[in-house]
Design a protein around this ligand. Sequence first.
Ligand SMILES: [Zn+2]
Length: 280
Amino acid sequence: MLDSPTREHLDTLQEVMADGDFIVLTGAGISTPSGIPDYRDSDGVRRGRQPMMYQEFLAAPESRRRYWARAMLGWPRVRQAQPNAAHEALADLQHGGLIRDLITQNVDTLHDQAGSHDVIELHGSLHRVLCLDCGQRSERDAIQQLMELHNPYLAGVDAVQAPDGDTLLDPAFEARFQVPHCPHCFGERMKPDVVFFGENVAQHTAARAMAAAENAAGMLVVGSSLMAYSAFRLCRVIADRGKPLIAINLGKTRADDLLDLKIEASCEQLLPLLVEVLDR
Ligand SMILES: [Zn+2]
């Protein structure tokens, strides 16, 4: 038996999403049950250390050394994360033609791993690495192998996990770190193919997301505090057009004033139930 708030929420979602023209926007909250740490607590306030800013990453070789040394140790945990019931439910909705588009702020590719396709990755993907010199992309796994090969002294070093695959590492270890070189041009300005703090979302990605919002009948936000402007502005578009905006999120969001309905529930429990009601 479902408790009555859950039943009511599912009835509302079923009603507004019946035509299959909703889009879904996901954030860190959908991946925390998969072991990917969240940036923010339930008040939407940033936890822990400031992540590296884009300008800082670009400015100095030492910044890139620090970034990559930590990222090398953090990668196995990101790499091993598995999609959970919420990712799988959204893949089911997509395959059933029950949603139009899937947009994510996450860089973990767990939607792809769950079987979703054409996911609009607002903030890119940690599974790719971009060379800032020649513009070519490489698989992160290949770059990881290079880093492990050239930094055997870090084998077995433990690091405290932080968000975005970064880790907290003793600075003494960083000084010796050999940064990865691009397999195409041998340049040493390699960057994970993600949008850093202080960096803009790629123009074509922002445009795709905006078009999705314009064409949608409404939007369901899953597990996001919507603090990033690239996500918040999509909510503004939906709300400004008078289309329904609903969030499933534990805790505060930046768009609380714009929401037609906020469901404070765990998405990996609620979304599989939503698949059942929409798939009838
Ligand atoms: Zn290159």
